[in-house]
Design a protein around this ligand. Structure first.
Ligand code: ADP
Ligand code: MG
Length: 370
């Protein structure tokens, strides 16, 4: 199956908005996602040039379709990102007008802090972590909400075995209570296939609605399960609400991608602190004897975290009961809170909580992952 890295390689053949820098190095890629055999790419441009840059868009689409394993590609031009970040290694922006804009983001009444759970690609266990992290924070005494904003593959309905639509009170949606946390998912509202083809502005308005038109109530923390990669949803969140931080999930074998895909650069640009990296499916826990086997060369995330100077939050084993409980609609922290599997998530939750409590949201170290 094709992945983001292969797509980026193919896009090297397409010149970016300046007509000469290859697209992946032009700084204009605002979003890149591969799901199954479909590729989604958003290129940030000056809206005044959208006609002129249509051939670039078409060339990118053709290049993406040319990747083995990709049968359809949707490439959109968006204006939803400030220009000026062209160049191979954009330097970290100095805290200037952007930082001030960030501080002007509107809070959500009742919600003390919002954190994003992010990953470079899908299938790494982002939703599993988001759900169990939310439950772990609740086990520590926090009032917690969980927003599943993964428009390309909502997981919360399955993870919590919730079907149907949430109730509406006027314009306001009521979240669903699952194991004491308030959950809301884009999956409650639209068919997955509908959201998949949404263009940027629709993604943004749907996400804004899920943040602001939901009766979240008083919450110490709202955990947001983001779509993989970087794109309109990430931008909306980062620009719209003050994010206290982001947790990055990776598997040992996908670690190299953290580097390459610059998913994290998004948070860097918007000055969102990285709370840390979690290594999921880090080692195998034998269901019979409980012995631990390192299937992949595990520990890469810890190393990577050290290298880029972000905290390492912990390892989660590759484990049958994590998967089985998730599929049965009972995340392991709720189903078997004292099991070693649940303890792994709860230890991560404690670290996240300590880090959120330790420093005022915006004062956490600003991390740059290039
Ligand atoms: N630590 C783990 N051990 C076993 N299975 C896992 C683990 N983490 C995730 N999974 C399984 O892998 C699949 C993908 O996980 P999911 O959380 O949906 O990923 P993402 O949200 O990143 O796409 C799911 O079937 C999930 O149950
Ligand atoms: Mg998911």
């Amino acid at each position: 199956m094709a992945d983001e890295a292969e797509l980026l390689k193919a896009l090297e053949a397409v010149n970016g908005p300046d007509g000469k820098t290859p697209l992946p190095r032009s700084g204009a890629i605002a979003g890149l996602t591969v799901r199954g055999d479909k590729a989604y790419l958003a290129i940030a441009i000056d809206p005044k040039r959208s006609m002129e840059l249509e051939p670039m868009r078409a060339a990118a689409e053709a290049a993406a379709k040319g990747v083995r394993g990709i049968s359809s590609a949707m490439v959109t031009l968006t204006s939803e990102r400030p220009q000026g970040s062209a160049g191979a290694q954009p330097p970290a922006p100095p805290p200037g007008p952007r930082a001030q804009a960030a501080r002007a983001q509107r809070e959500i009444p009742g919600i003390a802090r919002i954190i994003a759970v992010a990953s470079g690609k899908g299938g790494v266990g982002k939703s599993t972590l988001a759900a169990n992290l939310a439950l772990g924070l609740a086990a520590e005494g926090w009032r917690v909400g969980l927003l599943d904003a993964d428009i390309y593959g909502p997981s919360v309905p399955r993870l919590f075995n919730v079907k149907g639509k949430p109730e509406l009170e006027g314009r306001i949606l009521k979240p669903i209570n699952a194991y004491g946390i308030a959950v809301m998912s884009i999956g409650f509202l639209v068919e997955e296939t509908t959201a998949m083809v949404w263009r940027g502005p629709m993604v943004m308005s749907a996400l804004t609605q899920l943040l602001r038109e939901v009766a979240w109530g008083e919450r110490d923390c709202l955990v947001v399960d983001m779509p993989p990669g970087t794109g309109d949803a990430q931008l909306t969140l980062a620009q719209n609400v003050p994010l206290a931080g982001a947790v990055i999930v990776s598997t040992p074998q996908d670690l190299a991608l953290i580097d390459a895909r610059r998913g994290v650069a998004m948070f860097k640009q918007t000055e969102v602190p990285i709370l840390g990296i979690v290594e999921n499916m880090s080692y195998f826990l034998c269901p019979h004897c409980g012995a631990r086997t390192d299937v992949f060369a595990h520990g890469g995330a810890r190393h990577e975290a050290e290298r880029v100077g972000v905290p390492f939050l912990g390892e989660v084993p590759l484990d049958m009961s994590i998967r089985a409980n998730s599929d049965a609609g009972r995340p392991v922290v709720a189903a078997e809170p004292d099991s070693p599997q649940a303890q792994a998530f709860r230890a991560i939750a404690r670290k996240v909580k300590a880090s959120l409590e330790g420093a005022p949201a915006r004062a956490a170290p600003r991390i740059v992952i290039e």
